[in-house]
Write a protein that binds this ligand. Structure first.
Ligand code: PEP
Ligand code: MG
Length: 572
């Protein structure tokens, strides 16, 4: 095939890679079934291979940990745990005892785990099947005496194309030589994607169409920002991408210095910068950039893409995992915020005429009390494993907060009776995302331990603009003076009552608004992991004095367009 063409996939690792394709096809291993002379000797052969595999893998893991980071090293090291897993061992040994070859026994036992993981409704668990396949490949090569492809010595400008690439193959890639990765399988939560991001190699995964049909040496552009691959680009396309690549590299270099740094204004004031997370993967990514905990955990992630609700146990494990990943830093767990645009038929939600004005957030939880109680117990139990805080969404009346607190106290009593550990002082905050909550902030502050400004919803309620309706999208804006006045009012009220306020809506990540939020007195921002570094950098460029000057002028303007144009012109 010749001529420019574009294939689409998912963005697995950001950046733009320009180079030539190298198509990697896994060689078939041939038949693994073979007569064995003596099961005892076969078992010994298997255990020797396991020892060698663990030694080699440990060396690889140490190298990755040294070059990229401990967490990335652990991704490789986990394969030694898999092969030594007692259940896995029992399966393999049982099969060898029945006369199977070590290769066939191992392969069949791995299939059991692969099928189990692949059937999971959880995306992260599904991706773990790739780790098992990687481990099996390494073990089989050892047992069969086959050489391993040397991925560490590729030509500069290589775009590696494959159906699937194992984490251990990605871990040895040299980012100086590999311009990009294009895979037919995999998603952003796969370990190969995590490693590609850590190595800063642009990657597009889950590409539709036949990646392996690419001609070797064909010019390719990998757009890991948009999730597309351009084959045989025209000179014009190539020059557009060269300039995008340049911009991206410059931006990345300017942000890199902010990884792991404290967030401070230009005049040295410490600002809290936390991350919004909708999965365990988000929390891990955020921890990689360095952040002051999770400012918003959207618990809906546990409820989506399934046919029945998660039980208390499953929720408890997920929250505990995130609390552990944050190593003692605060994790604000928001109770289920369904309704609005998130409709889960298995929860018995009824189709509503105006779902954003309907039974959503806390309203739904108070109606489905049993479910809410299990949800709260899961959070309470997880609170024994880190610094958890509870957050209530979509609140309009103080009586709702009272009722939620009553239920929380009753569930604490249940756990006390059961002798289960939890944080007795688990703080309970309120999302300020309705106009009523803004206007009642003084009253709410008597009941809530903290506020979290949800500007995504607040903007739609203040302006009467559905946040998901493309026809009115041009009217939806945080730069509207009405929205900004209300945010200022909440921050002033909270200051007078001594209530902590964080902002977790997308406005916190809008860097043109940063001086305004600082001048209003916002001390805690919570943004998507990808926005952590840009926001940290922007905060570092503003002093309170400068921010106040710009804000004073911005707030004297009368229209959304005037405010937006003015603030964009002053953006640093
Ligand atoms: C918000 O409304 O600003 C918010 C953070 O919550 P969500 O986007 O999940 O509704
Ligand atoms: Mg909201």
């Amino acid at each position: 095939m010749t001529g420019e063409r574009v294939l689409y996939g998912v963005a697995g690792s950001p950046g733009i890679g320009i180079g030539h394709s190298l198509v990697y096809k896994e060689k078939p291993m041939g038949s693994l079934d073979r007569e064995i002379a003596d099961p005892k000797m076969e078992l010994e052969r298997y255990h020797n291979a396991v020892d060698t595999f663990c030694r080699i893998t440990q060396v690889k893991a140490d190298r990755v940990a040294e070059m990229v980071g401990k967490e990335q090293g652990d991704i490789i090291r986990c394969q030694t745990d898999m092969i030594r897993d007692p259940y896995m061992n029992g399966q393999v040994e049982g099969r060898i005892a029945l006369g199977q070859s070590a290769e066939a026994a191992l392969s069949a036992s791995c299939d059991l785990f692969i099928d189990l993981f692949t059937a999971s409704e959880d995306e992260i668990t599904r991706q773990r099947a790739a780790d098992i396949r990687d481990m099996r490949g390494g073990m089989l090569r050892l047992l069969l005496g086959l050489p391993e492809m040397d991925f560490s010595a590729l030509q500069p400008g290589t775009v590696l194309m494959a159906e699937e690439l194992s984490p251990s193959a990605v871990s040895v890639l040299n980012s100086a030589n590999v311009a990009g990765i294009v895979l037919g399988k995999g998603g952003p939560t796969s370990h190969s994607a995590i490693l590609a991001r850590a190595l800063e190699i642009p990657a597009v995964l889950g590409v539709e169409g036949r990646v392996l049909d690419t001609a070797p040496g064909e010019p390719v552009i990998v757009d890991g920002n948009r999730g597309c691959v351009v084959f045989s680009p025209s000179p014009e396309m190539r020059s557009v991408y060269e300039s995008r690549q340049n911009d991206f590299l410059q931006l990345r270099a300017s942000l890199r210095v902010f990884v792991g740094r404290e967030t401070r204004t230009a005049d040295g004031e410490r600002i809290q910068l936390a991350a919004n997370a909708g999965s365990v993967g988000d929390a891990t990514r955020a921890a990689g950039y360095g952040c002051d905990g999770i400012g918003l955990l959207r618990t809906e992630f546990l409820y989506l893409d399934r046919t029945s609700q998660p039980g208390e146990e499953e929720q408890f494990h997920a929250y505990r995992q995130i609390l552990s990943a944050m190593r003692g830093k605060r994790v604000i767990i928001r109770t289920l915020d369904v309704g609005g645009d998130k409709n889960l038929p298995y929860l018995g939600q009824i189709k509503e005429e105006n779902p954003f004005l309907g039974c959503r957030g806390l309203r739904f939880s108070l109606r489905e009390e049993d479910m809410f109680r299990a949800h709260l117990r899961a959070v309470l139990r997880a609170s024994a494993f880190g610094q958890a805080q509870l957050l209530l969404p979509m609140v309009t009346g103080v009586e709702e907060i009272h009722r939620a607190r009553e239920i929380l106290e009753e569930e604490k009593e249940v756990l006390r009776h059961r002798g289960v550990a939890f944080d007795e002082h688990l703080p309970m905050g309120v999302m300020v995302e309705t106009v009523a909550a803004c206007l009642m902030a003084d009253v709410f502050s008597k009941e809530a331990d903290f506020f979290s400004l949800g500007t995504n919803d607040l903007t739609q309620y203040v302006l009467g603009v559905d946040r998901g309706n493309a026809r009115v999208a041009h009217l939806y804006s945080y730069f509207h003076p009405g929205v900004l006045r209300l945010i200022r009012q909440v921050l002033e009220t909270a200051q007078s009552t001594g209530t902590k306020v964080s902002m977790c809506g997308e406005a916190a990540a809008e860097t043109a608004l940063t001086p305004v939020l600082l001048a209003f007195g916002l001390k805690e921002f919570s943004v998507a992991p990808v926005s952590l570094l840009p926001v940290r950098k922007t905060i570092s460029l503003w002093s309170q004095k400068e921010a106040k000057e710009v804000t004073e002028e911005a707030m004297s303007l009368e229209t959304e367009e005037e405010v937006r144009t003015f603030l964009k012109a002053h953006e640093k």
